[in-house]
Structure formats: C-alpha cells, structure tokens
Design a binder for this molecule. Structure first.
Ligand code: SF4
Length: 193
C-alpha cells in the first residue's frame, strides 16, 4: 500500500482532476440523494469511498478529507496524525521520526502539492481540528451536500434580488419569481399577491 501511496502523490495532478470531476457528479446527484434520503445513501457511498481511498491513499476514513490540501498525501498516515505540517523530528532524507522506513507524510504532501494546480496555495491553508464524531462517514457526500446547499442558497438569493429589483414586473408577472420568499418590501403595500 505504501508504494501505491507514493504513486498517488506522484500523480497528484491527475487525482486532483479526478476529485473535481467526482465532486461535480456528486453535486449533480444532490436531488437524487435528497429524494432517496441522505441517511440512506450514506452507508453505501461511505463503503465505496473507503474501498477506493484505502487502496489509493491508505485512507483511515477520518470523515473530513483534506487530500486536495495535502498534495494527495493522507495526513492520517502520520503516526502523530498531524494535519498542519510536520513535527520537528523529520529525519535526513525526509523520513519519518517514528517509522523511519517511510517518508514523512508532510514531505510527500509538499511534493504532491507542487504538482497540483491548486496545491501550492491550498497546502498553506490552516486546517481545522479533527472532528472525531465524523469518523467513518463519507467526506464525498458531506462536501457535495454542503456545496449543493450553497448553490441552492445562491440561486434563491439571486431570485430574491431580482424580485427586489423589479417590483413593477412582479405585479404584472408574479410567476417570474415563484420560488423566492416574498421580501416584505418587494411590492408596494396592498398591491402584492
Ligand atoms: S484525510 Fe481522512 S478521508 Fe482523506 S484520505 Fe486521509 S483519512 Fe481518508
């Protein structure tokens, strides 16, 4: 598995591309997941995610995947599970202090990040502390659900802005923004729907 992990870091740019495509597909599937129920699809998707990522990245299913910020080198393989850079004990040649037979995951992370399009900027992000309650859950599902929700919210806000900008049009064509909540001042008092 260690060799595959090294391979994944060398191919970090390709996996970055794959990850973005997977995320787009998952976001497109949001209405389907919502209809089935996110709690019902959680388990099968987490199983697929675990299978794929265990082979490629030695994934430990922490539930808050940060591979795209760590050059496709999983920080949970660090014996100290450090998620914001290496400890002070990296050995000469970039080897781990605790497991001298393996490269420090953060040395690999910088290597992988330098090969990625967004890697050099993302690796400097400060990552939040690990939320252990998410362990075992699907990061793919959670992130795509959050992003789909953000897109829905942005669309609702755009509709609302349109309704606010054209009160006259709304009086004559009230169906032009049927899904937005009625802002209190969108139409003059007493003339709205
Ligand atoms: S960061 Fe978490 S979810 Fe991502 S590969 Fe590592 S253990 Fe798995």
């Amino acid at each position: 598995m260690y060799r595959v992990r090294l391979f994944a870091v060398r191919q970090a740019r390709f996996f970055e591309w794959v990850y973005k495509r997977v995320e787009q597909v998952m976001i497109l599937l949001d209405p389907v997941f919502a209809k089935i129920g996110y709690n019902r699809v959680e388990r099968p998707i987490a199983l697929v995610e675990k299978g794929v990522k265990t082979v490629l990245f030695d994934c430990r299913m922490c539930g808050q995947c940060v591979l795209s910020s760590t050059g496709m080198s999983c920080p949970m393989n660090c014996p100290k599970t450090l998620r914001n850079g290496p400890c002070g004990g990296v050995r000469p040649g970039g080897y781990c202090e605790v497991k001298p037979q393996m490269k420090c995951v953060w040395v690999l992370a910088w290597d992988g990040a330098s090969r990625m399009k967004d890697g050099p900027t993302r690796i400097t992000d400060i990552l939040p502390p690990l939320d252990h309650t998410l362990k075992g859950s699907s990061s793919w599902l959670r992130v795509s659900r959050e992003k789909a929700g953000e897109r829905r919210k942005a669309k609702d806000e755009a509709r609302r802005a349109l309704a606010m900008a054209f009160p006259e049009a709304r009086r004559h064509e009230p169906v032009s923004a049927p899904l937005a909540d009625e802002p209190p001042n969108a139409t003059p008092r007493g003339q709205g729907r």
